[in-house]
Design a protein around this ligand. Sequence first.
Ligand code: NHR
Ligand code: GAR
Length: 219
Amino acid sequence: MKRLVVLISGRGRNLQALIEAQRAGHIPAQFAAVISNRADASGLTHAREAGIPTEILPHAQFPDRAAFDAALAGRLRALRADIVVLAGFMRILTDGFVREFEGRMLNIHPSLLPKYAGLDTHRRALEAGDAEHGATVHFVTPTLDSGPSVIQGRFSVNAEDDAASLAERVMERIELKIYPQAVAWMARGELKLQDGAAVLRGRRLAQPATLADLEEAFR
Ligand code: NHR
Ligand code: GAR
């Protein structure tokens, strides 16, 4: 069984969806730990209720990013993490850290990458007048939100939408489905990073998978 470590900073709805999918038998892996860089992340409660070990690594107590990342890497090694899942994790990771875990680390980002890397994605999509918005799961590489995309889900933006309504639809309709699916592919060994590309069941993804590719259990 592969060992998953989930990194969070906040609410943990993606974490909760991963826990539910794993419990339902849809993700063949075990949770080695959930690590938060914030002691007050409410997602820690979901982990504790599920009996998953939790750790807090408060970034503010480290002198710089390199020191925080060295400590985090040390914990991931000690936990023998096979797959590292960033689920609303809000700290940019240094190149050295990312290189150590490259190919084993996924992130979910609330935009249709390559649009809107970084923060404040819902407001930026609205201000640009985008007709569609969504979320993307990608491999984490040193350049922020620029690693190869794995799966992306989209929906139409309405005239009445504001940033809060977009965030809610991105979460409910897209993130809570595509992230458990992507982590299941990783856990089964069906998804890999090869020569800088995402490869799913031996096929190089020229475009990310879509909602139409979700397996029954993840719809
Ligand atoms: N690190 C690397 N190297 N590459 C990626 O693709 C990463 C990453 C770390 C996090 C998640 C990402 C997102 O999905 C992610 C992808 C944090 C920030 C940020 O600006 C930006 C993007 C992401 C995560 N963080 C501020 C910082 O100074 C802190 C903001 C805060 O604490 O609220 O690190 O959006
Ligand atoms: C999600 O929308 C996720 O895509 C986004 O934060 C939210 C976390 O929610 N991630 C980022 O913006 C990463 N910088 P959650 O904690 O409830 O899963």
